[in-house]
Design a binder for this molecule. Structure first.
Ligand code: SAH
Length: 542
């Protein structure tokens, strides 16, 4: 049994979705942050659980060929990046694998993905940054929160932000120090400046600086604006957002214009968009344009279709496809985003689009009642995916194709499995890297309606089928992988066969029965039984 602080040798053979390397020691899975597949390491055990443990790198004995020198000096302390220590080519390989594993393990979908689309810019790609401001150890700190903490890691040269953000943040910090502007303190709820929010149009270059303040005024604002304008001639908007609540939510409700416009504009897929601080907008514009182009290819529009864009945000996806469709209906739950979407349509002189405010599933049901049957449905939900009612409602609308865009391939795989039961077959998918160096990746998946009239019903006598041992072994491995992934439990083939028998499933005649009368056979503990039953249900075996 491994002990805390024990030093062990470890070879990293796999990596988790959060970017932690995995190795095995005496049958135990060991998770090691900041490691890479192929590393030979010396590990100090940090924490031991029943089925797995966590360790920290003590020494790199042989580095993985994927390793590079991190470009960021605070990459290990800051929570933002998990792949600074490996090459971008390796990161893409890992991400392709995560998505494929999720389809297989969670969705039971064995479909090879199309090659991951790399971000045109693997660094400096973000168009928005929100820097928390704190006074720590007598210092005015601007940077990012450390993982699971409210301690700010001072970082002014983040590799993900454009260089102009670093220039601005340095100047703002100096201005605050020189003018004794106080930093917000969460404990006492005193101090003025809470966050500095920067947003820039990737194509327009228009720059917005928004000061999130625990108050209604910012001292010496004229002098402040003058200083900023000298740094960036593209400065188009300086805002003061008032947030006096005791909350983790960054932006408050009220925003005042200190200089320029209340919102900046940018172009995306050749269309103009107005961006207020609250408006949702993909952070990597150029990669998002690639994402939308792939979604458009999957949508296969000819100009005759009604397109339903569910979870439409400010309408970017639907509007980018409006010229290829007969009409577009967007649905979004946040009223302000719906207003922005309508304004964006008007600003681009798009007349075949309308936007509804409401829950995606409810709005789809309402549209179906009105007799609207879209040919193509776009789904682009938040990380938690769609609820089953929404998926059922969409399937009832009988679109030819569903294009599902997701920032969480685990819920995507779950929802695709559900859509499969509703006669929608996943036919192709492609990961798109909108967030290089972080653990996140987008995926676009095309699901096609199965034409029941084209399917022939075949009655099979299962007795005629020869289930080879290879097939049944694969099933056991799948069950094991599912139970480990979902419940963090390791289960043996013996336990699986016991539960299969309990459920009345066919198990090889002598399979895992005791070899002799006297042999003691361990029985599956209740916790593992529940997990195996869930897996059998998941794989639709019971
Ligand atoms: N498609 C947009 C936005 C995707 S983000 C784009 O590419 O820019 C997901 C969006 O779903 C957010 O705007 C969020 O406000 C919205 N949303 C969340 N829950 C929803 C629901 N139940 N019904 C409709 N929209 C919802």
């Amino acid at each position: 049994m491994l002990q805390k602080n024990q030093i062990i040798p470890l070879k990293i053979t796999d990596i988790t979705h959060e970017g932690s390397g995995i190795g095995h020691y005496e049958g135990m899975a060991v998770f090691v942050p900041n490691s890479a597949i192929g590393d030979s390491l010396e590990i100090r055990i940090l924490k031991v659980n029943k089925t797995h443990c966590f360790g920290l790198i003590e020494k790199i004995i042989v580095p993985s060929p994927d390793r590079i020198q991190p470009a960021c000096p605070v990459s290990r302390q800051c929570g933002g990046c998990v792949f600074q220590h490996i090459s971008y080519e390796a990161e893409l390989r890992y991400k392709q694998r995560f998505v494929e594993q999720n389809f297989r393990r969670i969705g039971g979908i064995f479909l090879e993905g199309e090659p991951i689309e790399a971000s045109p810019q693997p660094e400096h790609y973000r168009n928005k940054a929100q820097y928390p401001i704190r006074k720590q150890d007598g210092m005015f700190c601007t940077g990012f929160f450390a993982p699971r903490s409210h301690r700010v890691i001072n970082c002014e040269d983040c590799q993900l932000q454009p260089p102009v953000f670093s220039k601005l943040i340095k100047i703002i910090r100096r201005f605050c120090e020189d003018n004794h502007i106080s930093a917000y303190d969460e404990k006492t709820q005193k101090g003025l400046l809470r966050h500095i929010y920067l947003r820039r149009g990737a194509h327009s270059q228009e720059m917005m600086v928004c000061l999130v303040c625990n108050g209604h005024t910012f001292p010496k604002s004229d002098q402040f604006i003058q200083t900023l304008r000298e740094i960036d001639p593209n400065l188009a908007s300086v805002l003061l957002n008032v947030n006096q609540e005791n909350t983790n939510v960054i932006l408050g409700k009220q925003t005042k214009v200190l200089f320029g416009k209340p919102a900046i504009t940018d172009t995306m897929c050749g269309l103009h968009f107005t961006l207020s601080p609250h408006a949702f907008y993909q952070v990597n514009t150029v990669a998002a344009e690639r994402l939308y182009a792939i979604a458009a290819e999957y949508a296969g529009l000819t100009g005759e279709e009604t397109l339903l864009d569910l979870y439409c945000g400010v309408g970017t996806i639907g509007l980018s496809m409006a010229a290829q469709a007969k009409n577009i209906i967007g649905v979004e739950i946040i009223p302000q985003a719906v207003q922005n979407a309508s304004a964006n349509a008007a600003a681009n002189k798009i007349e075949n689009a309308r936007f509804l405010c409401g829950d995606a599933g409810e709005a789809a049901a309402q549209l179906a009642k009105e007799g609207i049957h879209p040919h193509v449905v776009i789904l682009d939900p938040p990380r938690k995916g769609c609820d089953s009612i929404t998926l059922e409602t969409v399937a009832k609308m009988c679109p030819e194709r569903i294009v599902y865009i997701s920032c969480n391939s685990a819920t995507l795989a779950r929802d695709c499995a559900m859509l499969q039961t509703l006669d929608y077959k996943p036919v192709r998918y492609r990961p798109v890297d909108l967030f290089p160096r972080t653990q996140h990746v987008e995926t676009v998946c095309l699901l096609s309606k199965l034409r029941t009239e084209h399917h022939i019903k075949v009655d099979l006598d299962l007795g005629d089928m020869d289930l080879t041992s290879a097939e049944s072994k694969a099933t056991y491995d799948e069950i094991k992988a599912y139970v480990l992934e979902k419940f963090g439990l390791k289960v043996s083939s013996l336990y699986i066969s016991q539960i299969k028998r309990k459920c009345g499933l066919e198990v090889g005649e002598n399979y895992n029965h005791p070899k002799s009368e006297n042999t003691k056979v361990p029985t599956c503990p209740p916790e593992k039984e529940t997990a195996i039953r869930k897996a059998l249900e998941h794989f639709k075996m019971v």
